[in-house]
Every structure is written in structure tokens, then in C-alpha cells.
Ligand binder design. Sequence first.
Ligand SMILES: Cc1cc2nc3c(=O)[nH]c(=O)nc-3n(C[C@H](O)[C@H](O)[C@H](O)COP(=O)(O)OP(=O)(O)OC[C@H]3O[C@@H](n4cnc5c(N)ncnc54)[C@H](O)[C@@H]3O)c2cc1C
Length: 434
Amino acid sequence: MANNTKKIAVIGSGPMGLACAYQLLKNNHQVDVYEKDDRVGGMSACFDFDGLTIERYYHFICRTDTPLFDLLNELNISEKLCWQDTKMGFFYNGVLYKWGDPLHLLAFPKLGLISKLRYASHVFYTKSINNWDSLDKQNAIPWLTKWVGKKTYQMLWDYLFELKFYEHKDNISAAWIGTRIKRVALSRRNLFTENLGYLEGGSDTLLQTLEKQIKAKHGNVFFNAGIERMMTDNNRVQGVVVQGEKRFYDGVVSTMPLPYVPRVVPDLPVEIIDKINAIKNCGVVCVILKLRSPLTENFWLNVNDPEMEIPGLIEYTNLYSMPESIVYVPFYMPQTHPKHQQDNSSFINEVLGYLHRINPAFSKDWVLATQVSRYEFAQPICTPDFYDQLPPMQTPIRGFVMADTSYYYPEDRSISESVKVGNTLAHLMDHQVN
Ligand SMILES: Cc1cc2nc3c(=O)[nH]c(=O)nc-3n(C[C@H](O)[C@H](O)[C@H](O)COP(=O)(O)OP(=O)(O)OC[C@H]3O[C@@H](n4cnc5c(N)ncnc54)[C@H](O)[C@@H]3O)c2cc1C
């Protein structure tokens, strides 16, 4: 080992863990990645869907995802990044409307001209925000209502909030909603054309390349190797316990969802554990369908329909063309929600019951395959003042740094943000151990 080389364990092989491990190896450390699953990727992992390798959850890329573009460049896989003009729809009270550009907004019959102008000016204003500090202090619903008016809020946002956040709906940061609006609004070829990206081969193209690079730099990735506990000595990292075995390290980086950290690192000070426990998360149950024919022409279909308990559906193959149509239908919900306990077949049946409403030609013989993916902590609930609520990435235990998707705040989850935070963790670790 070179003089400044340290032994580092990285917990989790999602894009954040892999990006961090790759950076640490470039900085000449010796790195072992531990993954409790049987594959890389976490939320962006792929699976075999009836002969097709595809992500457990839909993934699109936006034009502002710079940290991802930099990494693709460095890994020499930029040519795998493809861009596609995409369409958006709005299924409102049983009718499918075209949505997502000024002409379709003008043509939408359910809002008056003033409401449409207010809606458009809100998007224009939000696109221009660079400093989110004041919106971090504000609640999303009053902020949206002030801009677009009560009627438009009810029509476009309320059901979405209800179905995504349930009892947390009245306590969501305006900054978090604002960055979501801005990211998608900036991913356009022009005012009239949304333009989104994907990786040829899906997110696996990035994940597999990172794994290969880690191994080429003599790092290890261990699967089915959930870290049970992190060992400390005198407030310093000593190592980890995996499958009952103690392994010794100079530093540990955690990229597993934050709610798991108190169990694995019980030696953290109580103030940090309290902060972690105060952050709430939603899980996701995502139904995936392979259909013989396309359901609609839209990539993203927003839904506000009293007979459908879903906020939207994503027809992935309208972004990344494939012979059959792939549709994702996410149900976000806190684990406390009674529906969360339902089995997979009831979620599939619920979705199949909705499709005929969206496309009357749909019949069950279109369905070639179905799958349900579940992730326990899929979406942190970013409340107002969230900056203050996050515990520090650099913890008081020397040699232990941590982050998860909450640290993208005010940005929403994205692979690009995972890469950015993974790089930050590697940088912090370098300082901790040197
Ligand atoms: C429904 C959905 C839609 C999404 N859509 C998009 C999109 O369109 N575009 C986009 O860019 N991003 C999207 N994302 C977000 C993207 O998937 C995430 O930002 C990214 O995968 C997070 O990576 P991560 O490494 O930070 O965390 P994770 O993916 O959560 O990885 C954490 C890893 O830690 C592992 N782990 C947990 N406990 C332990 C333990 N004790 N020991 C070892 N390992 C452990 C887990 O198994 C997991 O592999 C979406 C996510 C979801 C859920």
C-alpha cells in the first residue's frame, strides 16, 4: 500500500456508492463495496423482465444532469447517452388531454385564460431561480396556490400531493417542488418540445461500467453482504461486521437509506440519531407492465381522476423505443398506509382495471408480462427548513461519512445527484483519513 492509502468500506452499491468508490480508488485508496442485494444499483438496479433487461423503476435524464454527463465522459460511455423528444399528457376526469407545452395549455378547456397565464408565469419564474434559500423556508401548497390560484392548484397539484405524500401533504418544502419544476422545464429543445435522455442499455450501462472500473482498480464489490454493524473504538471507525465476521477499515462511507443508519451505527451521538429518525420517507410499490401495443403516445401521463388512485403513469417506451410497450405505475405511500400491506397481485389488478379508462381499446390480452418492484425508503419527505434538518454528512465519528437521497435537497432524486453526492462523500473521506 502507498503511504496515504487507506482501507475504506463503502456501504451500498447504488450509483452513489459506486461513484464514491470509484473516486476513492482514483485517490489511491483500497476500497471494498458491500451490497446487501444480489446486484448493483439500488433504486436504479435492473432485472430480467420476461427476457428484457430493464430497470425496476423508470429513469429519465434531463439536460441539466451535468455531474452524470461528466462521469459518462470520464468513463468513455458518453455515446450511450441518447435524447428523444417526448410528449406529456394529462388524464383529467376521464378525458386524455395533450399537455406540456404552451399550445396545449392554451387549448386545455378546463382553465380560463388568466389561470393559464398565471400557470405559465409560475413555470417561467421557477426556471429562473438559482438560490432556493427563501423557498426552503416555505410550504409548497401556499406557494403554488399564490402563483397559480386555488382552482388551478386543485386541478393540477392537489391530487398529486395527496397520492404522493398522504398525511405529509401539508408539510412539503416549496424549494423541493421548485427544483422538480425547473429540472423538467429546462429539459427542452425549444419552448414547444420536451427533450429527455436515457442510456442505451438503461442505467445498467453506467452501473456495470462503474463496477468494472472498480474491479480494474483492484476494488471489490461484495453482494448479499449487508453490513450488520459498524465497529468504533474511541469515537473512530474500526471496521464493519458482515455475515457475523469482523473486517477492519480506516474509514466507512454509508450510502444506504438513512433510516437504516441508527441500527447499523448505534454509536452515533443521540442528537444525530434523533435527526435521522425525524426525517420521514415514503416507500414505493411500482407496477410494471409489458404490453403488446402502446397505451398512449405520452412518456409521462399525469392523472387526476376520482376513479383512479394513481398520480400518473410512465410509458417508458415512448422515451426509449422497444418492440413492446413498457409502462410503470408507481404507488408512493408511507409504510403506515393500509394499502402498503396489499400483495402484488392486488396492485396489478388495480392498475389493469384503470387502463381501459385511459385507452378504451385496451384489453387484458395486451398484457404480456407483469412485475411489481418495492423499495422501502424511496422518497424522503423534504419538509420546509429541510437544510437545517439534515444531519451532517461528516459525522462526529472519525472516519465515518454518510448520505442518502435526502442530501440531494433541494433537488429531487436522480442518478446525477447520486453521482454528485458520491463525489462529495469521497472528498470528505479523503480529508477524514489523511
Ligand atoms: C420510482 C423511482 C423513480 C425514479 N426516477 C428517476 C429518474 O427518472 N431519473 C433519475 O435520474 N433518477 C430517478 N430515480 C432516482 C434514482 O434511482 C436514485 O437517485 C438513485 O438510484 C439513488 O442511488 P443511491 O446510491 O443514492 O441509493 P440507493 O439506490 O438507495 O442505493 C443504496 C444501496 O444500499 C444498499 N444497502 C442498504 N442497506 C445496506 C446494508 N446494511 N449493507 C449493504 N448495503 C445496503 C441497498 O440495497 C442499495 O443498493 C428514481 C427512483 C425511484 C424509486
